[in-house]
Structure formats: structure tokens, C-alpha cells
Design a protein around this ligand. Structure first.
Ligand code: F6P
Length: 342
């Protein structure tokens, strides 16, 4: 098994469940260190009942992770296949998001035996209602919004809270609704400045002297308001999967809003705090169910498939289906949130 991409609360619950179930079947388990990097470098270790004892409540991943993409390196695919043979791997459980599972998908088309487990705090993987890690991130963000209310209210400020969400606004939507935000801005909808200003003025007229706006890091200012509207990034560097480091939209917005409304406005970026610490009960249970199921998928030879939560059931879908489209926030769901933008 390997864990790839950003770390995520609940990863250890998955690892523990895989090992427990697989050893119960009489199989041997190998943990690959640091995602695909470990398979490129043969960096692996045996996993026993003991090695996964006491990890359920721990954040991060005991295996370590990386954003290494074998397909970006010369003969990467061949190396992964060859090294897997050297390690005596009969089947691999790849635990990751669109990038890690994208690699698993390509490998599986060569006949490589791999099953997937969906991981991302962003909850944007297609074909599964939820990914583990999302619930923890939402609860951390909600708690932060609750705390930010204190300063907003006491200082009569507007507070812009930036949460993660590269292509999809799931964390912003859930944390924003749960935290009682005045407005939620997501990548699926361009930010209309006038709407924010009108709302803030309306609230002030009603005697509400503070505002809390939740914005996803991947949200963009409307082209009508800003000719050169683009994603706000920390720098121009791309990772091995071609992603840029997002972050900073809250600061940009705070400056513009303060200028336009003359209301003191501050930005708070939650960043990696959202991925940190102990997973919620929901994520521990979901991770455990995915881990147990992944072993059953291997047993039944369901390769090239990914465990998924649909309704209350764990099912399996093709990895293709999971990685080829993103699951984004629907207009219907956004309309529910809009009821509270008043
Ligand atoms: O994919 C999950 C995610 O949390 C994104 O929302 C975010 O843009 C990215 O990871 C940041 O990760 P890192 O700073 O670890 O590269």
C-alpha cells in the first residue's frame, strides 16, 4: 500500500484497516514509503499488526507521502513495474486523490494489479459522495469561523476566511453554512464584487456591524470586475502534476473590499491547519470501511477499480470514472447557501 499527494486525516485509519483485514486473510503487507517515490526508489517496509497499532487517531500518514509522478520521469512506468516485482508485490492499494489515482489508472491499463482508495480533504473526486479527510477539514474550518466571529463582532470588521479547495468549493460550502458565513465564494462561481459590497451595506443598514465571508483558495474574481482576473498563487512554481501553489485570494479581496466599503477588513488563511491533527469519528469510520473494502476488492480481483461511498454503502467504481471528471458544487446546493446571503 502507498499514500500519495497531500496528507489527509484518516489515512492511518485506512492503512490500519488494510493491514488488519489482509493479515486476517493470511497475506503479507508491505508499506511503500512516500507515495510513488518509494516505488521508484524501492523504499518500503513490512507492515505488521504491531506497526499499525495506535495509529487510528493520528493525523497524517505513517508511510509518508510525496507528489512524485512516475510519468514525469524517464522510464518511470517501467521502473514502478520492475520494482514492484522485486518487492514481491502481488497487488497494490493506492490511497490518494486525482493525481495519485491518475497514476494508478495508467498503470492498471498495462495490466498492473492496483485498486484505489479515494483521499482528499477537497472532496472533489467523482463517483464517491465523500472522501475521508473532508469531514475533519470542515470541522476545523467551522471551528475557526466560530472563533473569528468574536473579533469580527467586537471590532465591527469584515473578515475574509480562506479555506482550501483548488477546483471545488466543498470545504467553503460546508464550513460556511455550518459557521453561519454571510457569503461563500467558490471556484465554481466567479466572485462578483458588487454583490459582496451590496450585501455588506445591506447588513450594516440592518444594524449588523460585522461580516464574515468564506472564500475557497481556487475562487476567482469576475472578469467583469477585473480584466486580468486569474487564480491567486503563492508563486509560479508547478508541482510534478502541473499544479500551482494557490493561496492569497483572501488578502486580495480584503484589500479591495476595504477600499470600496471603508469597512476595516482582515484576511485569515487557514492553510494546512485544515489538514492537521486527529481525524473526526466520521473520517475514522469511513477510512476503516474503505481499507477493509480495498482488501476485499483485491481478493475478488477487482483491479483498476476504486472503493467509493454511495449513500450509506461502500461500492466500487472504475478509477477512470473517479479521475476523469471532477465533482464540483451544483447550482442547487449553492442556491441553498444563497438563502443565507442576506
Ligand atoms: O488537494 C488538497 C489540497 O489540500 C488543496 O486544496 C491544496 O491546494 C493543496 O492540497 C495544497 O497542498 P500542499 O501545500 O501540500 O502542496
Amino acid at each position: 500500500m502507498l499514500t500519495g499527494g497531500g496528507d489527509c486525516p484518516g489515512l492511518n485509519a485506512v492503512l490500519r484497516a488494510i493491514v488488519r483485514n489482509a493479515i486476517g486473510h493470511g497475506w503479507e503487507c508491505i508499506g511503500i514509503n512516500n507515495g510513488w517515490k518509494g516505488l521508484m526508489e524501492i523504499d518500503a517496509r513490512p507492515l505488521s499488526m504491531d506497526s499499525v497499532s495506535g495509529i487510528l487517531q493520528k493525523g497524517g500518514t505513517i508511510l509518508g507521502t510525496s507528489r512524485t509522478n512516475p510519468y514525469k520521469q524517464k522510464n518511470g512506468e517501467e521502473l514502478v513495474i520492475e520494482n514492484s516485482k522485486k518487492l514481491g508485490i502481488d497487488a497494490l492499494v493506492a490511497i490518494g486523490g486525482e493525481d495519485t489515482l491518475g497514476v494508478a489508472n495508467k498503470l492498471s491499463k498495462t495490466g498492473y494489479k492496483v485498486v484505489g482508495v479515494p483521499k482528499t480533504i477537497d472532496n472533489d473526486l467523482n463517483g464517491t459522495d465523500y472522501t475521508f479527510g473532508f469531514d475533519t477539514a470542515v470541522n476545523i474550518a467551522m471551528d475557526a469561523i466560530d472563533r473569528i466571529h468574536t473579533t469580527a463582532e467586537s471590532h465591527h470588521r469584515a473578515m475574509i476566511v480562506e479555506v482550501m479547495g483548488r477546483h471545488a468549493g466543498w470545504i467553503a460550502m460546508h464550513a460556511g453554512i455550518a459557521g453561519g458565513a454571510d457569503m461563500i465564494l467558490i471556484p465554481e462561481r466567479e466572485i462578483r464584487l458588487q454583490e459582496i459590497i451590496d450585501l455588506m451595506n445591506k447588513r450594516r443598514k440592518r444594524g449588523r456591524t460585522f461580516s464574515i465571508i468564506v472564500v475557497a483558495e481556487g475562487a476567482q474574481l469576475s472578469k467583469e470586475d477585473f480584466e486580468n482576473s486569474k487564480l491567486v498563487t503563492q508563486d509560479e512554481k508547478l508541482d510534478a502534476f502541473g499544479h500551482i501553489r494557490l493561496g492569497g485570494i483572501a488578502n486580495v479581496l480584503a484589500e479591495i473590499i476595504e477600499k470600496r466599503t471603508e469597512v476595516e477588513t482582515r484576511a485569515v488563511t487557514l492553510g494546512h491547519i485544515q489538514r492537521g491533527g486527529s481525524p473526526t469519528a466520521f473520517d475514522r469510520v469511513l477510512g476503516s470501511r474503505f481499507g477493509v473494502y480495498a482488501v476485499e476488492m483485491v481478493k475478488q480481483g477487482k483491479f483498476g477499480r476504486m472503493a467509493a461511498l454511495q449513500g450509506t454503502e461502500i461500492v466500487d467504481i472504475t478509477i477512470d470514472e473517479a479521475v476523469n471528471t471532477l465533482k464540483t458544487v451544483s447550482n442547487e446546493f449553492y442556491d441553498v447557501a444563497r438563502v443565507f446571503f442576506r
